[in-house]
Each structure stands twice: as C-alpha cells, then as structure tokens.
Design a protein around this ligand. Structure first.
Ligand code: SME
Length: 149
C-alpha cells in the first residue's frame, strides 16, 4: 500500500486535532510526497446554496473561496459526481484560474454515505501532471477522509 496513504490514515486518527487541522495535514502530506502537487485543497458543498466553500488547503492563497455549482472544474464535479482530470487548463472553457502558473488540475469528489459532500482539488504547474495513479490515490484518500466527517 502507498506509504502516503498510511501516513494520511494515522493523521486522520489524531482525535486530539480538529477536523480542519487534520485535513490541512492531509494536504501537506500529499504535497510533500508528490512534487507535481503544487496546490492541494478541499472544497465542501453547501447544497442549499448550491455552492462550494474552500476548506483546508496548502499552497498559494486563492481568491476562490466560494465556487457556485456548475462553475469551473470544481463546480462541474459538484454536479457530475465524477473525477475530472484536466491535462491542459488552457483549453478548458469552463475553468476558473487560481494562478497563472497552473497548467493541469485534478478534482476528485468526496462522498459520505453516497452523497457528494465536497472534493479534493489539486493544481500542478506541470502540464499533464496527473495520471490514473493520482486518481486512484485520491479516491482512497477521500474514502479515509469521509470516515471522520
Ligand atoms: N481551478 C478550479 C478553481 C479552484 S482553484 O484551482 C484553487 C476550477 O476551475 O474549478
């Protein structure tokens, strides 16, 4: 099993930390173990308002604290319930740029009891940075995160 996943599980079990602190450490562990992960963060859904709200993250601060469902890669994942890998952000129509340095992105939905409650979003300064391996890893991370939400 992926070593980072083991480390993530042990951080998530630290009940002495708040959920937000644990999630920020998860972001940090992911970034530290993957050189192509330049920004790692969680967005959480407010289904009544049909908005995503930025949660814990590591990397450059972003202006996109709230993203309406349907807008950008994140907003599309909130509606479609499917992972979205963007090899080249410059050719995406429905994309919200967080930084001019970002070249590729992956967003993987986070399900709690079958409900899409948010997502993990990763930006890379490397073009075409994300593979199936990243998608599988992040699905596993989200399964672990869901257990503490
Ligand atoms: N690029 C995302 C917006 C979030 S930032 O990457 C942090 C999008 O298109 O939804």
């Amino acid at each position: 099993m992926h070593l980072v996943l083991e480390n993530i599980k042990s951080v998530l079990n630290k009940e002495e930390l708040t959920v937000a602190d644990r999630l920020e450490k998860v972001c940090q562990l992911l970034q530290d173990s993957n050189s192509h992960y330049d920004w790692v963060g969680f967005y959480f859904a407010d289904p009544d308002k049909r908005e995503l709200h930025l949660g814990p993250f590591v990397g450059e601060p972003t202006n996109h604290l709230v993203i309406p469902f349907g807008k950008g890669i994140c907003g599309q994942v909130a509606e479609n319930n499917e992972s979205f890998v963007v090899p080249d952000v410059e050719v995406q129509d429905n994309y919200i740029a967080c930084s001019i340095d970002v070249r590729s992105e992956i967003v993987v939905p986070l399900f709690v009891e079958g409900k899409n409650v948010g997502q993990i979003d990763i930006d890379s300064h490397t073009p075409n940075a994300f593979s199936e391996d990243d998608e599988r890893l992040l699905e596993k991370v989200n399964i672990e995160v869901a257990k503490i939400l």
